[in-house]
Design a protein around this ligand. Structure first.
Ligand SMILES: *Cc1c(COP(=O)(O)O)cnc(C)c1O
Length: 414
């Protein structure tokens, strides 16, 4: 069963079973077709692949390590835990794998202006980075609420020369930022490429972003085979739009013995408007170009969402995940804000690694799974990003205060 899942999707119209497709205004049809054609040409062009491989290695710093988390493993007294260290990529998350691929594509198409949406700011930073590197104009749309809670990343984007546009519509988070980016793209299509940040949206974005992120899983597979001489038993990754998860999962989909868990944002618990767990209360619908599981009310209005982590705080999930969910190939669970925060602290103190709050959701699931598995089992957790951007937010929640000043020395003046 799973080999079919791995090899044949999406179909030529971008469908993963009943999900995916291309639900956009007429004015976007042609640009999406042009992008699709150029992407598939590039995918089979050895020069493009060589160029991409060069920047992945020399600029991003790939391959990222597969690190054996020895103290965490000992503490949980169960399966052996490995961390795929996407947090060690340049700019601190997996997002740059995709941003790099797409900016190279934009250059092939002769585009001189780059736009993107961002939630936690990681995709905005990655996009601003590759735009600066190639000397392209760059505009990033970001919800006003996210600008506030991820201020550090706003400054980073500005330092990289990007214009950050706060979006004040609606809930002022990721969904509204995507709307603004799409509006800009329609208006400036001739010279602008829209670098969408996750495995979501109209075809070809979900398949294209997945293929730019599958480097995570391709590397992890080779690394675990080298270290353990066998495949892992379980993969765990957090799921916002779904790009870091599908990037890790995809190369293993044909391996029936490898179980996979995607972890959504359980927020304050599974009650309407208190979470962003699309597989726990979502239903079939269309949002921002694609058909998938969506958090909506009985009238099809998109529901409010909540998560402590901006990067998981979105009402819809990538269409390939919807398909994998229905096939029972991947299990989708969730971690609450509190569980994520506990996992955040645990990883920091046991392993010396401060994870992104998004990644902490995957770690939280690992805290549940590892003790239930025997010591000869192997888990790989995708550490999608580092937590620097989240440090002030977590400190506030924990009520941490700056240590009071050290009293001045009392000896004679020198
Ligand atoms: C954006 C982000 C996510 C969520 O996005 P996916 O497309 O689901 O991977 C997860 N972790 C980090 C660190 C992020 O920046």
């Amino acid at each position: 069963m799973s080999a079919v899942v791995a090899d044949n999707l999406p179909d030529a119209q971008g469908h993963f079973g009943p999900y995916g497709g291309r639900y956009v205004p007429e004015t976007l049809m042609h640009p999406l077709q042009e992008l699709e054609a150029e992407y598939f040409r590039a995918q089979h062009d050895p020069d493009f692949q060589r160029e991409l491989a060069y920047y992945l290695t020399d600029f991003i710093g790939r391959p990222s390590p597969l690190y054996f988390a020895e103290r965490l493993t000992r503490e949980l007294r169960g399966a052996k835990i490995y961390l795929k260290r996407e947090d060690l990529n340049h700019t601190g998350a997996h997002k740059i794998n995709n941003a790099m691929g797409q900016v190279l594509l934009a250059r092939r198409m002769g585009k001189t202006r780059i736009i993107a949406e961002t939630g936690a700011g990681q995709h905005g930073v990655a996009t601003a980075t590759v735009a600066a590197m190639f000397g392209l104009q760059c505009v990033i749309y970001m919800g006003a609420v996210d600008c506030e809670r991820q201020r550090l990343n706003v400054y980073r984007m500005q330092m990289l020369g990007a214009e950050v546009v706060p979006v004040h519509a609606g809930q002022k988070t990721l969904k509204e930022a995507v709307n603004e980016a799409m509006r800009d793209w329609v208006t400036n299509i001739r010279h602008t490429h829209y670098i969408l940040g996750t495995a979501y949206g109209a075809h070809p974005y979900p398949v294209m972003v997945r293929n730019f992120q599958r480097v995570i899983g391709d590397e992890a597979r080779a690394q675990i085979l080298e270290k353990e001489k066998r495949l892992p038993d379980l993969l765990i990754a957090c799921v916002g739009g779904g790009s870091n998860a599908i990037g890790l999962f995809y190369p293993f989909l044909g391996d029936a013995g490898v179980k996979m868990i995607g972890v959504e944002a359980g927020g304050r618990g599974i009650k309407p408007e208190q979470h962003a767990a699309r597989f726990h209360g979502g239903s079939l619908g269309v949002l921002q170009g694609t058909r998938s599981y969506i958090l909506q009310d009985d009238h099809g209005q998109i529901q409010l969402t909540h998560s402590v982590s901006a990067g998981l705080d979105y009402a819809a999930v990538g269409p390939e995940h919807a398909w994998l969910h229905d096939q029972n190939r991947v299990t989708y669970g969730y971690a609450t804000d509190d569980q994520a925060l506990e996992a955040f602290m645990k990883l920091a103190r046991l392993e010396g690694v401060i994870p992104a709050l998004e990644s902490a959701h995957a770690v939280a699931e690992c805290l549940v799974q590892a003790p239930q598995l025997a010591a000869d089992k192997i888990i790989i957790v995708n550490l999608s990003g580092r937590g620097d951007k989240d440090v002030t937010q977590v400190a506030d929640r924990m009520g941490l205060r700056l240590p009071s000043a050290v009293p001045p020395p009392s000896g004679p003046p020198v």
